[in-house]
Write a protein that binds this ligand. Structure first.
Ligand code: ZN
Length: 519
């Protein structure tokens, strides 16, 4: 009844202001931009604050998107209202204060230029916030309360994000990357925005149907690269599913394994104007994912740390690289877990200076760094390292060794020192830093190509390390992004879940049609 009343009211308004409405049609659509991107582990005691997001505001936001340069064709297609967008390196759970501050500012900025025809919601989808489930769902719901349900929202995500029914409901259009590593990140964002502009310009407005299918699979990124099978063939099915007549876009989310919420699992979606086509595309992709679930393996061989060290010591070529995966700071680990370093220093092979040479990258230790800087190169120092954030597996270590190098001024580490202990060179930093480039080592007079063994806090090797490796194993070490999912001890995810409940029955993979935001 209310609907009919409003219908009549709108008809009357349009009739009365017919001329004005016509003029408005020639105007560019008014499109706002907002979003926060981070993947944050709830299994790490580390926390991410507001500064982690490096938030950009207003016109600065265009710099995220090469296709939105001043002269770019896309830029000419709308009147833009960029509000606030933040993008953080993966890390620990976001503090409630940081989240509320950033969301509050976004909403305030949105209020300044209402009304809008569209919103480009550019998120990652794996943000965890202290005391709040489904932050991205909460964020978009609060945006809807401000801008209204009529505005067309196109949500752009990482395929490691999570899609709840709520996020699907408040998004009119939703998509994610089709490649991991994410070589198509910019292309995906452009697709999300172009689809939004197309619908606004054509006057077709909200796509009529959104199909959402939760797939009870939870896998780490190190098993689901689209460069290798079965991820490669599975993701190759997305473009044809999206190209079906009556479908606008389709997507598969692998989801994020290191947060313990009911939303953490794989999801498939498709949307468009043809109910049957949308349903078919989503169901085909969901079934295809389920059919290959047993085939996902780690992208490189994995082993316990002791097995990795045994293999590395026996290996004839240089260097043998070991990924210290569990505390990978670029996936959400604290980066200061001492467990692996402690195990290495306990091994008798490395006690003497003429043992196999090993570079360990890296451990934060402001105490030892200060002492090394004071003592100087060539001196022997003793100080504490690690476990200031994550001390669950091993406490802070007291190291005694000779100072081999000191470097000031790194934007992440601030100060880096190299401490030699037996045949091990340990990189100790003031603040945490990922070691992904050869120059990160050579700047410290360390030469990884000539080392027998290089141990790095990382998962899948970045190209520079991958290309220099003679041998490589990924060690199943403990930490906030432990790759041994069984060991994480989930309490809140949906069960049964593959592969945790590997003998589970086939799930219901029929499409759930999600109502539009204004229904
Ligand atoms: Zn990702």
């Amino acid at each position: 009844m209310r609907r009919i009343f409003f219908g009549l009211l709108i008809a009357a308004v349009v009739f009365t202001f017919g001329c004005k409405e016509k003029k408005k049609e020639n105007k560019l659509p008014r499109v706002a931009i907002a979003g926060l991107a981070i993947e944050s582990s709830t299994f790490s005691p580390a926390q991410s604050g507001i500064e982690a997001f490096h938030a950009r505001r207003g016109d600065e936001i265009f710099s995220y998107y090469p296709f939105m340069d001043d002269t770019a064709a896309t830029r000419q297609r709308a009147e833009w209202f960029p509000t606030l967008r933040g993008h953080a390196l993966p890390g620990g759970i976001v503090t409630r204060e940081a989240y509320e501050t950033l969301v509050g500012e976004t909403l305030d900025r949105l209020k300044e230029n209402m009304p809008y025809d569209g919103l480009f919601f550019d998120i990652h989808g794996a943000m965890s916030v202290v005391g709040l489930d489904d932050p991205e769902g909460d964020f978009i719901e609060r945006i809807r309360k401000v801008i209204g349900d009529d505005v067309l929202i196109s949500t752009s995500m990482d395929l490691h994000g999570n899609v709840t029914e709520r996020l699907a409901h408040y998004s009119d259009m939703i998509t994610c990357y089709r490649m991991a590593p994410h070589e198509d990140a910019i292309e995906s964002k452009k697709r999300a925005l172009t689809n939004l502009l197309d619908r606004l310009e054509s006057g077709l407005g909200k796509p009529k149907y959104k199909a959402w299918i939760p797939v009870p699979i939870l896998l780490p990124g190190e098993k689901t690269s689209t460069r290798i099978e079965p991820g490669k063939s599975l993701y190759a099915k997305v473009a044809p599913a999206a190209a079906r007549e009556g479908v606008i876009d389709a997507a598969i989310w692998v989801g994020y394994a290191w947060a313990d919420e009911p939303r953490n699992r794989a999801v498939v979606m498709a949307y468009g104007d043809d109910e049957e086509a949308v349903t078919k595309s989503a169901e085909e992709l969901a079934q295809a994912f389920w059919d290959v679930r047993e085939q996902f393996e780690f992208v490189a061989p994995v082993a316990t740390l002791d097995e990795c060290l045994d293999r590395a010591i026996a290996f004839k070529e240089k260097p043998f690289i070991i990924s210290d995966m569990g505390d990978n700071p670029t996936a959400g680990g604290a980066g200061d877990v001492t467990w692996t370093l402690n195990e290495i220093l306990k091994r008798k092979e490395f006690k003497k200076e003429n043992g196999p040479s090993l570079i360990y990258a890296s451990i934060p230790g402001p105490d030892l760094v200060a002492k090394a800087v004071e003592a100087g190169i060539g001196e022997t120092v003793t100080g504490m390292v690690g476990a200031l954030v994550d001390d669950r597996y091993c406490g802070p270590l007291e190291l005694t060794g000779r100072v081999e190098a000191i470097k000031e001024g790194d934007r992440y580490a601030e100060t880096e020192v190299v401490i030699n202990i037996g045949s091990v060179d340990v990189i100790v930093t003031k603040k945490r830093k990922p070691y992904h480039h050869e120059t990160d080592f050579t700047d410290l007079s360390l030469y990884p190509r000539e080392a027998d063994i290089v141990v790095v806090k990382i998962g899948y090797l970045v190209p520079e390390l991958y290309n220099m490796r003679a041998g490589w194993l990924m060690a199943l070490t403990p930490g906030g992004v432990d790759q041994d999912l069984e060991r994480l001890g989930y309490k809140r995810i949906h069960r049964p879940m593959f592969p945790l409940d590997s003998d589970m029955a086939d799930p219901d993979l029929s499409a759930r049609l999600i109502p539009l935001a204004d229904e």
